[in-house]
Write a protein that binds this ligand. Sequence first.
Ligand code: IFM
Length: 450
Amino acid sequence: MNATAPFHPGHAFPHDFVWGVATSAYQIEGAAAVDGRGPSVWDSFCAVPGAIADGSNGDVACDHYHRWAQDLDLIRDLGVDAYRFSVSWPRVQPDGMGAWNPKGLAFYERLVDGLLARGIKPYLTLNHWDLPDALQARGGWAARDTVHRFVDYALQMDRHLGDRIASITSHNEPWVMATLGHETGLFAPGIKHRATAMQVAHHLMLSHGLALQALRAQGCQARLGIVLNLSPIRAATDRPEDIAQARLEDGRSVRWYMDPLLRGAYPDDVLQHLGADAPQVEAGDMAAIQTPLDFLGLNYYTRSVVSADGSWDVKTSGKPLTDMGWEVYPEGLTELLLRLHRDWPLPPLYVKENGAAFKDVFADGRVHDVERTDYIARHIAAVGDALRQGVPVVGYMVWSLLDNFEWASGYAKRFGIVHVDYATQQRTLKDSALWYRDFLRAQKLARAAR
Ligand code: IFM
């Protein structure tokens, strides 16, 4: 496969476009029982037999908790502008309420100061799925009280780090936490109950809005927003039942989140479809969710093609598939960005995650990950296409810096542009990392020449 970017990078991107790499706490930190960290829902979920494909967990992961300085050096050497990481709530507040853990807070202080010392902007995510288990015991995200616990946590993180971070994301991918965590049960906390899932989705959105309001009232200096996982949803055929199914899935995964954030209401067709499973919404909730955003982040990996009878098979798409079985479909990112721009009054947009798992072959001390390099180059080109058509995209971040714990898939799926040998914790830049580094150098030269 040809790994050359199908565009001239120097022309496509504005001088202040933010380039980054992303990770999340549970997927890389390890040190699960170190320095007073409390258990999260993912620690408990990993202990359920059969929940994780390879029976693994995040106890050690990439041991980033101890190797953070070396990892920050890697990030600096890539030449990115920004690093997106998440805070482990149970590391800084083991029970999700009450006492704070000074050692946990100190870790994130070191991380943020380490980024700044290397000239990298810290982009912090508050919730990348690892809710303190003690809060799950009190009902988790299905309980309205968790909304208020989350606001307290957000304020505390701002008090510690707010003067030094560029951006705070409230939640990463609320659809995943709600639907995979509480409807299909494939992710922590492993609940299978649609009404619960919809209440969780509502509480996540409400806690996002209330946290933004509280952070602004506290004088937070960082830019504030949320990150959604979005895909264009296509009907497999022109049959009315497939078109209706695609419309419903678009409602449940895209409009269910975009409409309240930017229009202050849940979509009527989805509410009707949910019937008694629709969430309990109190007076003032929708206005809180619509609190203005400084940015909206989206994570894009693939498109979704649906048929009413579930018969569409991605293997017939004719496109390459990643190791997750996801179709490589970069044009879907341009489509999605154009659609968001057309249908909602958008704040500045970031692609906060984009990348691919492939079976890497480690040979002669190198990983020649041609497919991943091609994937990233084509998706960057797709962002350039959207930019040229007027979509206000301000940044792009590769998922992920490191191979890491890929949730229910365990360690078998490798998304990193940096290879991790889990036996030795040795890091090796894959060819995709070298390509990204060279691409960013070319961007900087083009900026300087302008
Ligand atoms: O690894 C995940 C990440 O935690 C959230 N977005 C999708 C990635 C790949 O599945």
